[in-house]
Design a protein around this ligand. Structure first.
Ligand code: NAD
Length: 368
């Protein structure tokens, strides 16, 4: 079997700091689980702009298309705020998503028991929460034409177009059903079929894909506004939520915040299967480059570590090892270890980025 390949793009700000802890974990898997990875590291965002004058070099883009998975830290920072739009750090990330055609964005919302008090909701509503939002990422109202601000008579009109083809809905629906089979086998599809034709088509195609290929998975439908209410009322009713780009943008942020700190949230963006059967994939923490704390060793590396756990599960078919890593994180939190972003009003001494990474390694050792 060939060694799985991983392109690491630490990026800017706290990106390299949190990625340093993931590198320790990758090394641990090589040394202790006989799971070596062929790791290449390269530049993205402001770091790539500083070196090459572009936020993503063509060679890096080509590497991203070849490897089994890409793991990204974060991009951006005040130093780059005045750059031309075309070379802003974020353009590097957008290019990766676009050229890899990453149409399914996976955003888990998982509440570790030790952090249940962090939620703005009551503890019994969020404790043990484990849901996954699958958001369509490459189409819908953010991309549909016509778009723009036009003159109409004596006033201007702003136009965006919600547009979905059957094949775009079909492929993201399949991604959600496949995922549900690896979880608790339930998908709730959310749209606004009551007021939008694109929502009617969405519901029709999801229903058809389900009947034809995934009848073993439980499927329900919900209007997205009702879904938002249910997410706040009783989020544990959901397993996988499938939704479009616009509603997914809002619902995934809502769901994420049910669980507390930005420093805890991983994500994956998946595309079509490559020749080896693995999906094209980019894994990254939800947070940005956190310029307010970068360079101080204060960043919480858990979002990036959990992004690697997602890579183990969805790119490398190592679900048991992903669970091992997630349980190691859970054990560390349960022991009371906290980075500064996880300190409650009761205070205490926060641990730094490196100490948190080491604690996860110790918990992995203890799992053997
Ligand atoms: P941010 O996520 O970087 O930070 C928001 C707040 O959360 C800050 O107070 C920060 O200190 C804290 N925070 C974030 N991650 C943390 C972690 N791992 N540990 C501890 N605290 C953490 O968002 P922002 O401040 O709005 O943006 C900063 C820069 O990052 C901007 O240039 C923005 O464009 C960029 N950004 C990049 C991405 C990405 O790379 N995917 C996403 C969002 C923002």
């Amino acid at each position: 079997m060939t060694t799985p390949s991983l392109l690491i793009l630490p990026g800017d700000g706290i990106g390299p700091e949190v990625m340093g802890e993931v590198r320790k974990i990758i090394d641990w898997y090589g040394a202790k689980r006989d799971m070596p990875f062929d790791v290449t590291e390269d530049l993205v965002g402001g770091a790539a702009y500083d070196a090459h004058g572009v936020p993503l070099h063509d060679d890096t883009m080509a590497k991203a298309q070849e490897v089994d998975a890409v793991l990204l830290g974060a991009v951006g920072g005040p130093k780059y705020d005045d750059l031309d739009f075309s070379v802003k750090p974020e353009r590097g990330l957008l290019r990766l998503r676009k050229e890899m055609d990453l149409f399914a964005n996976l955003r888990p919302a998982q509440c570790f028991d030790a952090l249940a008090d962090f939620s703005s909701l009551k503890k019994d509503v969020v404790s043990g929460l484990d849901i996954m939002i699958v958001r369509e990422l490459t189409s819908g109202v953010y991309f549909g034409e016509p778009r723009g601000i036009f003159q109409e008579g004596n006033e201007r009109v702003g136009i965006n177009t919600q547009r979905y083809t059957e094949s775009e809905i079909d492929r993201v629906a399949r991604a959600a059903f496949e995922l549900a089979r690896k979880r608790n086998n339930r998908v709730c599809s959310m749209e606004k079929a009551n007021v939008m034709e694109s929502g009617i088509l969405w519901r029709e195609v999801v229903t058809k894909v389900h009947a034809e290929s995934y009848a073993d998975v439980e499927l329900s439908h919900m209007y997205a506004d009702a879904g938002a209410m249910q997410l706040c009322r009783w989020p544990k009713q959901f397993d996988v939520i499938l939704t479009d780009n616009l509603f997914g943008d809002i619902l995934s942020d809502t769901a994420a915040m049910l669980t507390g700190s930005l420093g805890m949230l991983p994500s994956a963006s998946l595309g079509a299967p490559m020749e080896n059967g693995r999906p094209r994939a980019l894994y990254e923490p939800v947070h940005g480059s956190a310029p307010d704390i970068s360079g101080q060793g204060l960043a919480n590396p858990i979002a990036c570590i959990l992004s690697f756990a997602m890579a183990l599960r969805y790119s490398f078919d190592q679900g048991d090892e992903a669970t091992r890593l997630e349980q190691a994180v859970e054990a560390v939190l349960a022991s009371g270890a906290r980075t500064a972003d996880l300190m409650g009003p009761e205070g205490g001494t926060p641990m730094g980025t490196g100490a948190m990474g080491d604690a996860v390694i110790a918990a992995l050792d203890a799992s053997l």
